[in-house]
Design a protein around this ligand. Structure first.
Ligand code: TRH
Length: 377
């Protein structure tokens, strides 16, 4: 019999919570033949990533996943064999009782935030709290052996490579989005939170000797783009040219398309957790806007990732990359850092592909979860 899985997703803000859990749910169904219920408390956020979602329905099937609206008033259901609380969300008390009532206790996991910090390896898989005899475990995604790995669908890197080696596929995909960049232009994507450093970066791109075509999906950074451009309104479809820089605003695309979008670009600025991982699978140079946390603890996470990611780069290229990422995450001046990065572009580009292949040789997160369950039973 198929193992049943319940994944609980509470959307705190933005799209990372649902982005990660939806991706995981689909993969467990498609590749591991699990029966998955995905409980989501905000179907509107879900709808942005997956437009067929009907926000009015308490239950619906999407790509083989049993999608449930997680209501404020919980109605009792039987607990699954495996229960995942994503990002430390609190399960409904009545569901916890249902877990305790099962003849055989379920495997209860907290799927944690992604971090490259060294302590993650030591904590991954450890027992956490207990509820009436039901043991909860920490499950940490990560970049190193000894962690739960990263979400990566079967054949993803092969599909990515085939796409990037096929200029017509790229052209066709971009044309479908209304993107017709000059053939010699550097194509870049920008998905970020509000950032005071953006103006200095756009300034540098506009003054560059090479053309840049910057694609900006609708979202939180748009206000800063608009201020720099000095325009009244900026919405999907807008194209503005300043010097060597063309800025084009795009609608938010569905999650599968976002991959091709990243694969199409020469450079990707991403944020949060899921887009950050997807940019790594694109095998192209990138810039991460990390999600801000209290007391700046996100900066430790940023440095831990940089430490890992830059291994094997020359000292100059390493310094250029680190300076640029730190400046971006401090809302600082970007022009110098960008110029320096351009000087090391071929090396940084080759390194992005190498990093992707190294990460791709490790077990993926869905497979690691299934294995954890099999070991546990
Ligand atoms: O949206 P994010 O900033 O999400 C989060 C949340 O803030 C969360 O609370 C925090 O814990 C977490 O980050 C670390 O960034 P993220 O994770 O990259 O999620 C964005 C999702 O949106 C991702 O699945 C990709 C998807 N996406 C599309 O489907 N289409 C698009 O056009 C774009 C730009 C993104």
């Amino acid at each position: 019999m198929k193992a049943s899985w319940d994944i609980f997703c509470s959307v705190v803000d933005n799209y990372g919570d649902i982005g990660v859990t939806w991706r995981l749910a689909r993969q467990l169904v498609a590749e591991h033949r699990c029966a998955v219920r995905l409980w989501v408390d905000d179907l509107r956020a879900f709808e942005r990533l997956c437009p067929p979602i009907d926000v009015a329905l308490p239950q619906q099937w999407q790509e083989g996943v049993d999608v449930r609206h997680w209501p404020a008033e919980w109605s009792p259901v039987a607990a699954a064999d495996v229960v995942i609380a994503a990002f430390a969300c609190q399960l409904p008390p009545a569901y916890m009782e249902a877990m305790a009532e099962r003849e055989r206790a379920p495997l209860w996991l907290n799927l944690d935030y992604l971090s490259a910090e060294a302590w993650v390896t030591g904590c991954h898989g450890l027992p956490s709290v207990k509820f009436k005899g039901v043991q909860k475990y920490f499950f940490f995604p990560g970049f190193q052996a000894g962690t739960g790995g990263l979400l990566r669908e079967a054949g993803l890197l092969e599909r990515r490579r085939a796409f990037q080696q096929d200029p017509l596929a790229r052209k066709g995909f971009l044309a479908g989005l209304g993107v017709f960049a000059a053939p010699d232009a550097r194509l870049m994507s920008l998905f970020a939170y509000e950032n005071a450093g953006l103006a200095s970066w756009l300034e540098a791109l506009a003054a560059d000797s090479r053309a840049t075509h910057l694609l900006v999906p609708e979202g939180r950074i748009l206000g800063d783009v608009q201020n720099w451009l000095g325009v009244e309104v900026l919405a999907a479809g807008a194209v503005q040219v300043r010097g060597a820089l063309t800025v084009q605003v795009l609608p938010f695309v569905r999650q599968e398309e976002y991959d091709q979008f990243l694969w199409s670009c020469d450079f990707n600025a991403v944020r949060g957790e899921d887009s950050f991982v997807r940019a790594q699978w694109a095998g192209r140079p990138m810039l991460w806007h990390i999600y801000q946390q209290d007391e700046d603890i996100h900066l430790d996470k940023l440095d831990a990732f940089l430490e890992l990611y830059t291994q094997g780069l020359s000292p100059e290229a390493k310094a250029a990359l680190i300076d640029l990422w730190r400046a971006w995450n401090a809302g600082g001046e970007m022009a110098q850092g960008w110029k320096k990065l351009l000087e090391h572009w071929p090396e940084v580009a080759a390194h992005a592909e190498k990093w992707c292949l190294e990460q791709g040789s490790q077990p993926d997160l869905a497979a690691a979860l299934v294995q954890f369950y099999l070991n546990w039973i």
